[in-house]
Design a protein around this ligand. Structure first.
Ligand code: ZN
Length: 135
C-alpha cells in the first residue's frame, strides 16, 4: 500500500506550522490527522491537502493523573476543524483550573509542541495544541 502522506511528512508539516491532512476523492471528507483510509467511507483514494489550522472546541477534559513524563494538570480538548474533522490536542493558553463549559464552541488556532519520547515512544513527537487567542 502506498501512503500519500506519511507520519514523517505530517510531523515535518507540524514543525513548519503546516497542518497536512488528506482529502477523500470518493466522498470529499477531510481526514486529519492523516490516516491510510477515509474515516467516512473507507476509500484509499486520497489527496494530500493543507488545512487552515482553525476550529472550535467541542469537548475537553482536565488531565490530573498524567502518563509517564507528563506533568499534570493540563487540558486535552477535541476541536472540530473548519474543514470538518475533529482533532485531539492540548489547550495551552488557559490555566486548567479555569476550564469550564464556557470553553465549548470557543474558536481555536492550531499549533504544535514537542513531547519527549518515553519508555513506549523513543522519538520526540510533535503533538497538536490549541490556543484561544490568535497568534
Ligand atoms: Zn471518503
Amino acid at each position: 500500500m502506498e501512503y500519500k502522506l506519511t507520519f514523517n511528512h505530517y510531523q515535518q508539516g507540524l514543525e513548519q506550522g503546516k497542518f497536512l491532512g488528506l482529502k477523500c476523492n470518493a466522498c470529499d471528507s477531510v481526514i486529519f490527522p492523516p490516516a491510510a483510509v477515509c474515516r467516512e467511507c473507507g476509500s484509499t483514494d486520497l489527496t494530500p491537502t493543507e488545512l487552515s489550522g482553525k476550529g472550535a472546541i467541542r469537548t475537553f477534559t482536565v488531565i490530573r493523573v498524567a502518563p509517564e513524563g507528563r506533568k499534570p494538570p493540563y487540558i486535552v480538548a477535541m476541536a472540530e476543524l473548519d474543514e470538518g474533522p475533529w482533532a485531539l490536542g492540548n489547550l495551552v493558553d488557559m490555566a486548567p483550573e479555569q476550564a469550564d463549559m464556557g470553553l465549548l464552541g470557543k474558536r481555536v488556532t492550531l499549533g504544535s509542541h514537542v513531547v519527549k519520547g518515553d519508555t513506549y515512544a523513543t522519538d520526540d513527537t510533535h503533538v497538536l495544541t490549541f490556543t484561544l487567542k490568535a497568534p
